[in-house]
Design a protein around this ligand. Structure first.
Ligand code: ADP
Ligand code: MG
Length: 233
């Protein structure tokens, strides 16, 4: 599903340059649930943003579902992004003046689906994350955990090939974090490929594989015995 080879990324700041990713190699198969672990500043978000086509590497290869991601024009990149990738962020990134249902339906707008179908499908995904009754509420009327569930439904509604989550439990207390991870595990159980960036070891243990990033390189890549989140809730 994902294959990257010798990926490099630097940020230029004036005359200085910060080498953040220093030759990353790894691949992800369909159906995996992978944690990318590392301390703050280790390059996790940089890597995830490149995988999510929000940013481009300076060097290296990235192949997503058989398609080489390189030198794409904006339109093509946006198309692939909408079709292939679903994003979940620490800060939810919901649109405040839109209801839960409208937020979830938004990615379908770009797929040019008729309005009625958009709403039906969005409602179906809200139901999957246990929020059908909350569909007409605004984000400000939802708890942190509920907001993240809406964001997960929004990430899934266009049926992307890969879900990418950057510190998705970073703004939540432990109990709520585990509830959200229970949902992530359920979605992965259904066969969806998910990458989770986290600096929290207990969250990483709820995945099936942990990739450890340190100073811009992968220092360890291990399969782990998955801890089920339900046991903690
Ligand atoms: P992590 O997500 O692991 O905390 P990041 O990938 O966000 O790490 O950042 C890695 C390093 O790159 C940090 O030192 C950060 O300050 C720097 N960095 C991240 N984004 C930018 C940017 N847009 N411009 C300059 N430096 C950046
Ligand atoms: Mg980060």
């Amino acid at each position: 599903m994902i294959e990257i080879k010798d990926l490099h990324k630097s940020y230029k700041m004036g005359s200085n340059s910060l080498h953040v990713l220093k030759g990353i190699n790894f691949s992800v198969e369909e159906g995996e649930l992978v944690a990318i672990m590392g301390s703050s500043g280790s390059g996790k978000s940089t890597l995830l943003n490149i995988l999510g086509m929000l940013d481009e590497a300076d060097e290296g290869e990235y192949v997503l579902d058989g398609i080489p991601i390189k030198n794409l024009n904006e339109t093509k990149a946006a198309n692939y992004r909408n079709k292939f990738l679903g994003f979940i962020f620490q800060s939810f990134n919901l649109i405040n003046y839109k209801t839960a249902l409208e937020n979830v339906a938004l990615p379908l707008y770009y797929q040019k689906l008729p309005r009625k179908q958009r709403q039906e499908k969005a409602l179906q995904y809200l139901e999957q994350v246990g929020l059908k009754e909350w569909s007409h509420h605004l984000p400000s009327e939802l708890s942190g955990g509920q907001k993240q569930r809406v964001a997960i439904a929004r990430a899934m509604v266009a049926e992307p090939k890969v879900l990418l989550a950057d510190e998705l439990t970073g703004a939540l207390d432990s109990t709520t974090s585990y509830e959200v991870m229970e949902l992530i595990q359920k979605i992965n159980d259904q066969g969806n490929t998910i990458l989770v960036v986290t600096h929290e070891p207990d969250i990483a243990q709820m995945c099936k594989r942990i990739v450890h990033l340190k100073d811009g390189v992968i220092v360890k890549d291990e399969k782990v015995k998955q801890v089920r989140a339900k046991a903690h809730v």
